[in-house]
Design a protein around this ligand. Structure first.
Ligand SMILES: Cc1cc2nc3c(=O)[nH]c(=O)nc-3n(C[C@H](O)[C@H](O)[C@H](O)COP(=O)(O)OP(=O)(O)OC[C@H]3O[C@@H](n4cnc5c(N)ncnc54)[C@H](O)[C@@H]3O)c2cc1C
Ligand code: SF4
Length: 514
């Protein structure tokens, strides 16, 4: 019987400075952490994602105990584990008899709704604190969005640069420009091999979690064999330092490039530990800025990296909370095809898809351009149901939490939000993938062909997509060019493209190998 506060820490709130622990009274308060089956299975999460979260939770609980904090830790296999967060809170309240519950707002609308019911369910007052780890509060974003006809990341990002004084010279951006993206679209020359990112061997505690996950979630997509994620703040920090020293200088140049032998390219691999709370976003931005100031990394790389964290990550979160719960059912393009089985198996002759899906199975990771311009682009062009695509992205990546996954998938990749996240769909034919990768050379399909039996599927599907949505896109200045090109095409060519696309879509419906 504590009489103090029951402080709830969720699996993605593993930050020492998390709001729910502020003001903790070691004598009377109890921290509740619970591994619950409901959260592990509401989509078939990649086993590496489950292992990372559970192992990080256990290490975090141990670190709290080492500081003298009382932790009520409910392990997945503990007798009496009810399997849901709500019931574990109720069980803890009954056992601990706290004076109040203190929690930090969660990253999912579904969990927030449940959390708001805790006081009523348990009869104990529940204080839900703002998640101060983000650089823009939910209310602050809503105020920024008010009265704006369109929300564009670029303008939000400038506000964030000013607010946090990052890469600023007085009121002006360092280097005279806010954005150096035009320098960041190079393909990778064959002579350059990106360095291997730091991976982390499992200690005994993590090893036992891996065994548990192997036993309980063997039916989930993806393998555990290559698990190498950091599960403590210390290891996450080491991984981050490795990125800043060895990959950040080249991050900008090859930010959009893809290569068969380089699943991580020059990316940071910080999203999974960042989203868990093992890294601090502002600290990451400041440290990247320091690399530029010290002359160790060029501005296009540093600005590009900072924009991802200070701009995109915060913007995406703002959009999620601004538009939920309606956002979860948006399907502006009326996409309704089921998700092809090869998304779960990688069994396709499209080399770009097989490689992107294959590395996702192996590492629970694909970088942004693979997610957006390969697997996302294919789903967009083929017209796959956004609910199914959302479920897939939420399940397969170690960094996937609904607040960040959904606007990226439904908005950025599928344009199912009708243009809230991006002013135009990121639709592209095989030519884009060929320009930005070395995938096409060894592919069974011919990237230069659009209508033959071995023509790259992205080509006909691209033009079919433009044709199907011509009326909608004709009024969008950023889509005017492809719509015009489609209309200028000779009728027989247009017919051949649409016939090839119809065959491809039929093959997807029937589950034939593509
Ligand atoms: C369809 C789709 C789904 C995605 N789902 C997720 C997801 O579930 N979780 C997730 O964290 N990111 C998601 N992203 C964004 C991005 O792809 C990943 O953050 C990035 O690939 C993670 O790898 P990294 O740490 O090596 O990133 P880097 O390329 O090195 O970028 C650095 C950091 O910037 C942030 N960032 C970059 N782009 C975005 C973005 N669009 N939205 C939010 N943060 C961004 C991430 O925190 C990332 O770690 C998704 C993107 C797409 C197109
Ligand atoms: S040819 Fe088409 S399917 Fe093959 S790798 Fe290139 S873009 Fe992908």
């Amino acid at each position: 019987m504590s009489g103090g506060a029951l402080r709830v820490v969720l699996g993605d709130q593993l930050s020492r400075g998390i709001a729910s622990l502020a003001g903790l009274d070691k004598v009377h308060d109890v921290v509740l952490m619970a591994e619950v089956m409901g959260e592990c299975t509401y989509v078939p999460h990649h086993p590496q994602k489950i292992a990372m979260i559970l192992a990080a939770m256990r290490h975090f609980a141990e670190a709290l105990r080492a500081r003298g904090v009382t932790v009520r830790y409910v392990a997945l296999d503990d007798e009496g584990n009810t399997g849901t967060l709500d019931d574990e809170v109720a069980r803890a309240v009954a056992a601990v008899q706290p004076s109040r519950i203190i929690a930090t707002e969660p990253g999912e609308f579904r969990v927030r709704t449940a959390m708001r019911g805790w006081a009523e369910n348990t009869g104990v007052a529940c204080e839900i604190r703002e998640d101060t780890r983000f650089l823009c509060g939910i209310d602050e974003f809503a105020r920024w969005a008010e009265d704006r006809r369109q929300l564009r990341m670029e303008f939000f990002y400038r506000e964030m640069r000013r607010k946090h004084a990052i890469l600023m010279e007085g009121d002006n951006p360092v280097g005279g420009k806010w954005n150096f993206d035009s320098e960041n679209r190079k393909a990778l020359p064959s002579a350059i091999t990106p360095p291997h990112p730091r991976r982390f061997p499992a200690d005994a505690a993590t090893r036992s979690v891996i065994d548990l996950v192997a036993a309980r979630f063997s039916g989930h997509y993806g393998s555990l064999a290559d698990f190498g994620y950091p599960v403590t703040a210390h290891d996450a920090e080491t991984g981050c330092a490795d990125f800043l020293a060895h990959r950040l200088p080249y991050f900008g140049d090859w930010q959009d490039a893809m290569s068969a032998g380089a699943p991580f390219m020059f990316h940071a691999l910080v999203s999974a530990p960042l989203n868990l709370g093992l890294l601090d976003p502002l600290d990451l931005c400041r440290r990247a800025e320091a690399e530029f100031t010290a002359g160790r990394a060029p501005l296009n790389a540093v600005e590009g990296f900072i924009r991802q964290i200070l701009g995109w990550r915060e913007f995406i979160r703002g959009i999620y909370w601004l538009h939920m719960p309606d956002y979860a059912s948006k399907n502006a393009l009326g996409a309704d095809l089921h998700l092809p089985e090869f998304y779960w198996t990688g069994a396709t002759d499209m080399r770009c898809m097989a490689l992107s899906i294959g590395q996702t199975m192996k590492f629970a990771y694909a970088h942004h351009i693979q997610r957006l311009m390969v697997t996302g682009n294919f789903a967009l062009l083929a017209g796959i149901d956004p609910d199914a695509v959302d479920q897939w992205y939420l399940a397969v990546y170690a960094d996937a939490y609904e607040w960040v996954e959904m606007p990226n998938t439904r908005g950025m990749a599928l344009h199912a939000d009708g243009g809230i996240v991006g002013s135009k769909p990121y639709a592209a034919s095989g030519a884009y993938i060929n320009r930005m990768s070395d995938y096409c050379g060894d592919c069974a399909y011919d990237v230069k062909d659009a209508t033959g039996s071995r023509a790259c599927p992205f080509n006909a599907l691209y033009w079919d997509f433009i044709a199907r949505h011509e009326a909608r896109f004709a009024g969008n200045p950023r889509m005017a060019m492809p719509v015009r090109s489609w209309n200028r095409m000779a009728a027989p060519k247009r017919e051949a493209l649409r016939a090839r696309a119809a065959r491809l879509r039929q093959a997807l419906i029937e589950g034939d190998r593509l």
